[in-house]
Design a protein around this ligand. Structure first.
Ligand SMILES: Cc1ncc(COP(=O)(O)O)c(C=O)c1O
Length: 477
């Protein structure tokens, strides 16, 4: 055994390092949450940053300095002036779960390699399905992200709906299957369809209405049109909510339509599906319990560190069809895989201890912590939207239903082209200043700024400051 290996595994060394690092992380959290740290994203050109770290590797090492520097250079998601992409300001305790995961390294895709995480994962899934209003037939798994979650669910849908054993025989030339989904869907949906080999014709876009929701009135027409072209629609996908605009599709009407035509109804609830467990916002997901499968990211609106995604099946048996040679209804109980080897149902062969991460939060704070996180952030979305709509020189393109708010500075007397360019410049300047982090999107070919209110510590004062800052950049040209 080398001295270096002995040092790297030395429990005392680990204890000292852990204490030092936890102190630094706690200092960072304090500075971010209280805004004594003024910068959200310490902007640096990517090539310059690469060169900096390349040079660092050859220099003397100081543990404390190294971690301080690393933390400083991160984007500070816990800063109340982070109003960007949909990544939660993770509950610090879930970070400790990550530390346990990384140190104990249970590769939990089979029971023996992750006994406690596997058991906790099932408890978490049962709690979630119960809270969402499913019966005890429902089941599911945790996996690494919404993108993989959508693929996991759609693979099961394909196997179940094809009418033959798709997994074994692959796609038949004469058979063009497809999903129907709104124009607003996340790209991971179309990516999953392409991975499944259904090609471009496998994604049929249903137009959305002026609120950016799937237009249920168009479903029948789009479906018939697909049939006329010889396309067999197998799946209907609803957004709860859409990524770009945060709008909820009419899930009940979509469930009715799916039932009528024998389609698999999948809901991409990666961002907002968890509304269904909150008293205040559950109306947004009315009908969710009628879906065949649903994806919910714990790392978006439920405060858990990335990546932790629930893939839920109304009929839990179907979760075995994702990678199964036979449809689950053809298997007898002895043939069926046992629930506790999650590799049979998820892509991961080595899986991190997601069950522990979620369970530890549920156990420590109770389910209310998830409700509080979700509700506070959605409430902040309304506050921000109303501030924007009260500002005459700003435009709010639609009334948001979630904590994702799109808006733009219009100033006065400017052409469409000038407004688009101006908002792109405003975002770049904001980011380079480091004072706020917001993102950008296109709606009807126009440039909008986009903010997801992901941090319950963001205040109305922060929002007013952002509006002022945008105005200054807009006016300075
Ligand atoms: C609606 C929706 N689905 C899926 C995803 C992908 O999730 P992940 O980033 O966890 O892969 C996102 C991410 O923003 C999303 O908004």
């Amino acid at each position: 055994m080398t001295d270096l290996l002995k040092l790297a595994y030395d429990p005392k060394n680990f204890r000292d390092q852990a204490h030092q690092l936890v102190d630094l992380i706690a200092d960072h959290l304090e500075a971010s949450l209280n805004q004594t740290e003024k910068i959200v994203l310490p902007w640096m050109d990517p090539d310059k940053r690469f060169l900096k770290w390349q040079k660092d590797l050859g220099e003397d090492f100081d543990f404390d300095l190294f971690w301080k520097d690393t933390i400083n250079e991160t984007i500070h998601i816990h800063h109340p002036k982070y109003l960007g992409h949909q990544v939660c300001a993770s509950l610090p305790l879930s970070g400790l779960g990550e530390m346990l995961n990384g140190t104990l390294n249970n590769g939990s895709a089979i029971y023996e390699m992750g006994p406690v995480s596997t058991a906790m994962e099932r408890v978490v899934i049962e709690w979630l399905t119960g809270a969402m209003g499913f019966t005890s037939e429902a089941s599911g798994v945790l996996t690494s992200g919404g993108s993989l979650g959508n693929l996991t669910a759609l693979l099961a849908a394909r196997q179940h709906q094809s009418g033959y054993d798709h997994w074994t025989h692959g796609k038949k030339d004469e058979f063009q299957p497809a999903v129907m989904v709104s124009e607003e869907s996340h790209y991971s949906v179309s990516r999953a369809v392409h991975i499944m080999g259904w090609g471009q014709r496998g994604v049929i876009k249903v137009p959305s209405d002026k609120h950016h929701k799937l237009d249920a009135g168009k479903l029948e027409e789009v479906y018939k049109d697909a049939e006329r072209q010889g396309i067999k629609v197998l799946v209907l996908i609803g957004n709860a909510c859409s990524t770009s605009t945060g709008s909820y599709d009419p899930l009940e009407k979509m469930a009715d339509f799916s039932e009528k035509h024998g389609l698999w109804f999948h809901i991409d609830g990666a961002h907002g599906g968890a509304a269904s467990i909150t008293p205040k916002y559950k109306h947004l997901t009315k009908g969710i319990e009628r879906a065949d499968s649903i994806v919910i990211d714990f790392h978006k609106m439920l405060g858990i560190s990335a990546l932790t995604t629930a893939v839920i099946f109304r009929d839990g048996k179907r979760s075995y069809e994702t990678f199964n040679q036979k449809a689950s209804y053809l298997l007898n109980d002895e043939e069926r895989e046992p629930w506790f080897n999650s590799a049979t149902r998820t892509m991961e062969c080595t899986k991190n201890m997601m069950g522990v991460k979620v369970y530890s939060i549920l156990r420590t704070y109770g389910p209310q912590i998830f409700i509080d996180y979700f509700t506070e952030c959605y409430d902040l979305g309304s506050v921000f939207a109303s501030l924007i709509s009260q500002s005459a020189d700003f435009e709010l393109p639609y009334q948001p239903e979630s904590n994702i708010v799109c808006y733009r500075y219009i100033g006065s007397g400017k052409s469409e082209d000038e407004i688009n360019k101006m908002n792109a410049v405003i975002r770049r300047k904001l980011i380079e200043s480091g004072k706020f982090y917001v993102v950008q999107t296109h709606i009807n070919n126009k440039v909008y700024l986009r903010s997801s209110l992901m941090n319950p510590f963001t205040t109305e004062t922060d929002m007013e400051e952002l509006i002022r800052e945008i105005r200054i950049y807009g006016q300075s040209g």
